[in-house]
Design a protein. Structure first.
Length: 750
């Protein structure tokens, strides 16, 4: 086909014959087009039509020659942007064909050819952006690791060294009995390393360092989560309940043996019929002044203690939460130390223990049920820091209010709501490390004729993994902030800290559940193999969303705390005052919602940290004011306050989510502001921008409804999210390397 006019048809012939999806009708369309071209002679038409016969297809060599001709033309004419421009180049810019652009483009459409996509298939591998994007490290990974670990770097490195030992080789066994014993064995090693007693006072063998204890829990979560929960039940819930709710006599008698694992124990709060509603517990502790004893009793099967870690196999004692009864009067829920087994593991008389059996995950933890049949314990076994029975047999407490005493008692256990989200965060970091490293190595679907491409180069894959990576970094700094506030707490701010802990527990664990699902899918079939760890991480963290408090219930607690600012709104403060809360910085809000701002799409504005925080704050305040106004109206219209809260329950969750989004972003920005190393600051800033804009994108319907943004702006934000993912991609592997997770914890994929 030397005739230049005929060569103009080469791109069309190649695309027709290289696409198995074209139908007889489409071949007929091409033939009809050739017949209709008056500028072609009869002989030229016959030659072209001979190339469109389904019964007589071109040879493999013909198709290869056509492709080579097209690629050569593109290399010689690098500026070509369409199939028609290739047609022109092959016809040597024939004047007749120059006037036929509309006809040729219409033919492309009729044949279903996507010009830009078809053109990309002809470009060489080295010319494509997707192919050339690659892994790099534009910052010092070790410096970022040091920043993440902070003052706890020493203890974190010690724990990593321990779990990297051969004894801690990960298990994928389905033998539940073997698994439980292996986890107990691991716990004993950790106790021997003085890691279990880290939070206890030094005089009782401890390290007296709660910050280190939290870091131990988080770092262990890179390893095996059954170990984390067994460790947390023994040294956290059991040991810390004795320390937090007991007094000197309890510390001296129990803490050293708890910290060494000589005295394994349980934390027996949850009952079959009463989970989150601790006030409704039905187990009783009846005081007999004559014998100076308490009788612990389960009044009916549904009042049994359920899902109690360490109960089924190893626990010798338990902190049992029960209603204190004195002379027929109920003094509310208090805590008691109750023996379960003797030193040989034999269950004591008056105790009935069941085994919860195989679970969705955490099968290395021996969860069980406990029933008490008039189990008698001495008076000294009451944990009496906040309430006690005096020498005359009467109830007494330094806190006169029953409500305040109850919440003070539970407030001492808020540490669990810090340990669990930090553990969940570590699981998310592990899943992301596995998935991102795998997707940097896994190659698929390269350009026509070129090599396959790392799947992390694909924009959708970046969205799937890098947005969660940004959120994980954001949550890391938010949990550091929560931990510091807890460590430096004062009585006046405890209520706020408890609400923040409840909220971030929900925020982190929900995030981990979603992230691990994405990681599993992003690894394809490989992510389904147990040896690659994501299955265990997914299954083991599922329960995180409902223990230490069901997340939805905890989020209502958060919202009620936020609404406490509006307590006056239900009485003296009118609706106008509530609405004004949103606009307390009226000039700022007016500026943010002016016609220019709501349509502003320039890059500097979209990436501006002040814009991000203002958008989050506006959403938080508006939703809070709306919920407060609605509750007030319902109450004013005669609805009981309990029913009013139930009506707006979905809004309560929105209130909590908006508050937490703002806290997480704010703490991420504050952490970045303190970073001095420029390269580290830059990469963290990009992650913060991605977190902020992806959250705005997620909530774009709200911003559009509120007229805080117009569609042109939310579309620009979507594009900017894509661009940030692309910009962060070269650093993605380095960013997960900064977590410094031991290789032994990452399975076989990496």
């Amino acid at each position: 086909m030397t005739n230049t006019k005929l060569q103009a048809f080469i791109p069309l012939f190649y695309l027709v014959w290289s696409d198995d999806l074209l139908t007889k009708k489409e071949f007929a369309t091409l033939q009809q087009f050739i017949h209709s071209q008056d500028w072609l002679s009869t002989e030229e038409k016959q030659e072209l039509l001979s190339k469109t016969s389904i019964s007589n297809p071109p040879s493999r060599q013909d198709i290869t020659d056509w492709k080579n001709k097209i690629e050569q033309t593109i290399q010689e004419h690098t500026a070509v942007k369409s199939i028609f421009e290739i047609v022109l180049a092959l016809s040597q810019n024939d004047a007749t064909i120059q006037n036929l652009e509309t006809s040729f483009v219409q033919l492309e459409n009729d044949l279903g050819i996507l010009g830009e996509e078809a053109l990309s298939n002809f470009r060489t591998k080295s010319e494509t952006l997707t192919v050339t994007h690659h892994t790099d490290a534009n910052f010092d990974v070790q410096k970022l690791t040091s920043l993440l670990d902070g003052e706890q770097a020493t203890i974190i490195n010690k724990v990593k060294a321990v779990i990297s030992q051969p004894e801690f080789r990960l298990e994928t066994t389905t033998d539940i009995n073997f698994y439980r014993q292996k986890v107990y064995y691991w716990c004993k090693i950790l106790a021997d390393e003085n890691l279990g007693n880290m939070a206890y006072p030094k005089q009782y063998g401890g390290g007296e360092n709660i910050a280190d204890y939290f870091s131990i829990m988080e770092t262990l979560s890179y390893h095996d989560l059954s170990l984390v929960i067994k460790f947390g039940v023994q040294f956290g819930l059991w040991g810390m309940s004795v320390q937090s709710l007991g007094t000197e006599k309890h510390y001296a008698k129990y803490l050293k043996d708890i910290g060494s694992l000589k005295l394994p124990g349980c934390f027996a709060m949850t009952e079959t019929h009463h989970g989150s509603n601790v006030k409704g517990l039905e187990t009783t502790a009846t005081y007999d002044h004559e014998t100076q004893t308490f009788t612990i009793h389960t009044p009916h099967p549904k009042a049994q203690k359920e899902y109690i870690g360490n109960a089924a196999l190893h626990g010798q004692m338990a902190t049992v939460f029960a209603k204190l009864m004195i002379a027929g009067q109920d003094y509310g829920v208090n805590a008691f130390i109750v023996p379960l087994r003797d030193e040989n593991g034999v269950v004591l008389k008056g105790i009935t223990i069941g085994d919860c059996g195989h679970k969705m995950g955490l099968n290395g933890v021996d969860n069980g049920t406990i029933r008490f049949d008039n189990m008698v314990i001495p008076k000294e076994n009451m944990l009496d820091r906040f309430a006690s029975v005096n020498e005359e047999g009467a109830f007494e407490s330094p806190i006169p209010s029953d409500n305040r005493r109850f919440f003070t008692m539970l407030g001492t256990l808020v540490g669990g709501r810090i340990g669990i989200p930090r553990s969940a965060l570590a699981a998310a970091k592990t899943g992301l490390t596995i998935a991102i490293k795998y997707s940097d190595q896994r190659r698929q679907f390269g350009p026509e004729g070129g090599s396959e491409v790392p799947i992390l180069n694909y924009r959708m894959h970046q969205r799937r993994l890098l947005i969660p990576l940004a959120k994980t970094y954001a949550v890391h700094f938010a949990l550091q902030y929560l931990t510091q506030r807890f460590l430096k707490k004062t009585e006046t701010e405890m209520q706020e800290i408890e609400a923040l802990a409840a909220g971030l527990k929900s925020y982190s664990t929900w995030s981990t559940t979603a992230i691990l699902q994405e990681c599993r899918e992003a690894c394809g079939g490989k992510g389904y193999l147990s040896e690659n760890r994501i299955d265990a991480l997914k299954n083991d963290t599922e329960i995180y969303t409902t223990f230490e408090g069901d997340n939805t219930v905890l989020m209502q607690l958060v919202a009620k705390n936020r609404l406490s600012e509006f307590r006056k709104a239900f009485g003296e403060m009118g609706s106008f005052g509530i609405i004004n809360y949103v606009y307390e910085n009226a000039k700022s809000v007016i500026a943010e919602k002016n016609p220019i701002a709501i349509r502003k799409t320039d890059e500097a504005h979209l990436l501006d940290s002040e814009f991000h925080l203002q958008a989050f704050e506006h959403r938080e305040k508006t939703i809070l004011a709306s919920a407060a106004k609605r509750i007030k109206k319902l109450v004013d219209d005669g609805l009981d306050a309990y029913d009013a809260f139930n009506v707006v329950q979905h809004q309560m969750i929105d209130v909590a989510e908006a508050y937490l989004d703002r806290v997480v972003l704010e703490q991420f920005q504050i952490a970045i502001a303190a970073v001095k190393e420029p390269d580290t600051k830059q990469v963290l800033n990009r992650l913060c921008q991605l977190y902020a804009l992806s959250q705005i994108e997620k909530n774009k319907a709200w911003y559009l409804e509120d007229n805080y943004m117009e569609a042109v702006k939310t579309k620009a934000i979507r594009k900017m999210v894509n661009q940030l993912c692309w910009d962060i991609r070269p650093d993605a592997v380095a960013l997960v390397n900064a977590f410094a997770i031991p290789e032994s914890c990452l399975g076989e994929l990496v």
